[in-house]
Design a protein around this ligand. Sequence first.
Ligand code: HPA
Length: 281
Amino acid sequence: MIDHKTLNPRIDATVEKLNSLFGAAPEVAVVLGSGWAGAVSHVEDAQQLSYAELPAFPQPKVEGHVSEIVVGRIGAQRVVMLRGRAHTYESGDCTGMAGALRSLKRWGVKALLQTNASGSLRTHMPPGSLMLISDHINAPQRSPLVGEPGSERFVDMSSAYDVELRSLAKQIAKANNQIVGEGVYVWALGPQFETPAEIRMFAAWGADAVGMSTVPETILARHAGLRVMGLALMTNMAAGLSAEALTHALTLQQAQASGERAAAFLARVVAGLAELPSLRA
Ligand code: HPA
């Protein structure tokens, strides 16, 4: 549960720092999931800042693990990229990104582009495929908004993944001959991978991809009033759908193999957002 007494002053300090170092907020923030780190190489005039300097952000734990924001632009679109997210499987706490996302909103960010690595539930999306998230299933039924005061906590999730942002991403995919699927992402808590029986159940529920992130952040972002887009990179067929045993190494290997193409597509989408009047209103 979020402790507002301690989080709110940390958000104030974070927003102050972002304003003083970078000026007005970019309209667009990107959360980089596994496999997507290459996207930072597309950022021009990039300035880095460690999460350690941003008190509302998840504080870096593992030495050598990158936890930083990268502020700059891609084409005409200013952007802030978040390298590193707090996962619920690390602590059991699904509110880890609350301070970061609320700070971004207060700073003036309008849209959150989430990226992740996922297991595919559909043979037409083999490893290496990209999928725009059209909707999600919160399988653990955990909410970062438990304990939140006020009626805003009853967030409408009926179009959580922004239709206009998705349609722009589809146009950009088409113009660049990039095949991008569209489908439902199901959140599994992890850190263990799913069983084949769980995957069969998720497929019957209508899920197309499974992963251990994204959903808590989408809920927090919608509550904060940020528009959300989600892009999933398939790193493996989900449990039971291929002969191969699932390992973290396998998913990282596939993420690396397809990451560059995924990052290049993401960069095109970010650049394309400069043409969207609704982000400038
Ligand atoms: N399951 C859950 N999370 C994942 C997977 C998976 O198969 N692949 C990458 N992240």
